[in-house]
Design a binder for this molecule. Structure first.
Ligand SMILES: Cc1ncc(COP(=O)(O)O)c(C=O)c1O
Length: 353
């Protein structure tokens, strides 16, 4: 049963500070050839890889709120650091370019950066003008230490940096409550009801879609496939529910998301975060060959391998409808070209040599 109307949810979201960065709503695409290849279940893909900002990703949406907050605080530059192939950093840099701000990135000097150098997301960060310091975390300094040093220096120079922190995940949940609202409206227009909404997520994205689903009485089950191995599934669900409820509080909504509303598993993460899996590569290939939609091998390809498995095993039934939320991340594909080609045994013919 709906606790909140579409209009009330939209109105609640519209009260937060926000800037315009992306094209919304993103399309909800029917995938008949993919569904047929799986022999059952109607699968639609919500194309959040198509937000229009530097190849898109789920971070595009939340950056509208993060930059809204940063601007309201008078910030003139942004500081962030994660993996060297971070989709987040790419989107932050793209948003900075659009807002006329400088991005300071402190990515990990991880294996990927040693293997491929300035490629994939790191190439895009560089093109878009980020100031990048790769941090070898075994060298005594953490990314946080380096960010503090950069922030101090910037403040001494008269700048006002915004350092991305945990609050960011709550704004991500708010942004994905809006995405959930879009899915709800798009399904309605198609005369459909989803049984499942599935995605790669271990935090805000799943929290937001679950919050919207519960608020609107959408009746879908939200399934999260996290990209890293390990961690306790129940503890992850508890944290996601907490984020959803913090977002509900920020939006002043009387809706409670319980841990059982947000199941999240690591079963399809492969060996570890950042290492391609056979099943993930097969999922990338299948959607590419049936629908011309490209997934990344680290987040979304692995999550889609979970959905494929759920359909093949009958956990998602033939007469059911599943929306797969494509959270983007496509540029990372190019930083894993060698692993993908080796795993899948891809080759091309050469003539004339
Ligand atoms: C492509 C992609 N999908 C999904 C996620 C997971 O998002 P979250 O756990 O923040 O909800 C990320 C996070 O970086 C991502 O880059």
């Amino acid at each position: 049963m709906a606790k909140v109307s579409k209009e009330e949810l939209r109105e609640a979201i519209s009260k937060l500070p926000r800037v315009k960065l992306v094209y919304l709503p993103t399309p909800l695409e029917d995938c008949p050839r993919f569904s047929e290849a799986l022999g059952g279940a109607n699968v639609l893909v919500k194309r959040d890889d198509c937000t229009g900002l530097a190849f898109g990703v789920n971070k595009s949406r939340k950056h509208e709120f993060i930059f809204g907050e940063a601007k309201a605080q008078g910030a003139d530059c942004m500081i962030h650091g994660a993996a060297s192939q971070s989709n987040y950093s790419r989107q932050l840099t793209a948003a900075c370019a659009k807002m006329g701000m400088k991005a300071y990135l402190t990515p990990r000097r991880d294996e990927r950066s040693k293997e491929v150098g300035i490629q994939g997301n790191l190439l895009l960060d560089t093109i878009m003008g980020a100031d990048i310091t790769l941090v070898n975390t075994e060298g005594g300094k953490s990314q946080g230490d380096v960010q503090k040093e950069i922030a101090e220096k910037l403040r001494e120079e008269g700048h006002k940096p915004y350092v991305v922190g945990r609050h960011d995940a709550v704004l991500g949940a708010v942004a994905y409550a809006e995405c959930g609202l879009e899915i709800y409206e798009q399904l309605k227009a198609l005369g459909l009801k989803a049984d499942y909404v599935c995605m790669a997520s271990g935090s805000g994205t799943q929290a937001g879609v679950a919050l919207a689903g519960k608020a609107l009485g959408a009746g879908w089950q939200v399934c999260g496939f996290r990209p890293s191995r390990g961690g306790d599934n129940a503890a992850v669900s508890t944290n996601i529910a907490k984020l959803a409820n913090e977002a509900a509080e920020l939006l002043n909504l009387d809706v409670v998301v319980e841990p059982e509303d947000v199941p999240n598993i690591d079963e399809y993460a492969g060996e570890a975060y950042g290492i391609v899996s056979r099943e993930g590569c097969e999922a990338v290939e299948l959607l590419g060959r049936t629908e011309g939609i490209i997934l990344d091998p680290i987040y979304v390809g692995k999550a889609m391998s979970g959905v494929i498995n759920h359909i093949r095993k009958g956990k998602i039934k033939n007469d059911q409808t599943a929306v797969f939320l494509h959270t983007g991340g496509t540029p990372a594909l190019f930083a894993y070209n060698k692993e993908i080609v080796d795993e899948m045994g891809y080759s091309v013919k050469i003539v004339g040599e």
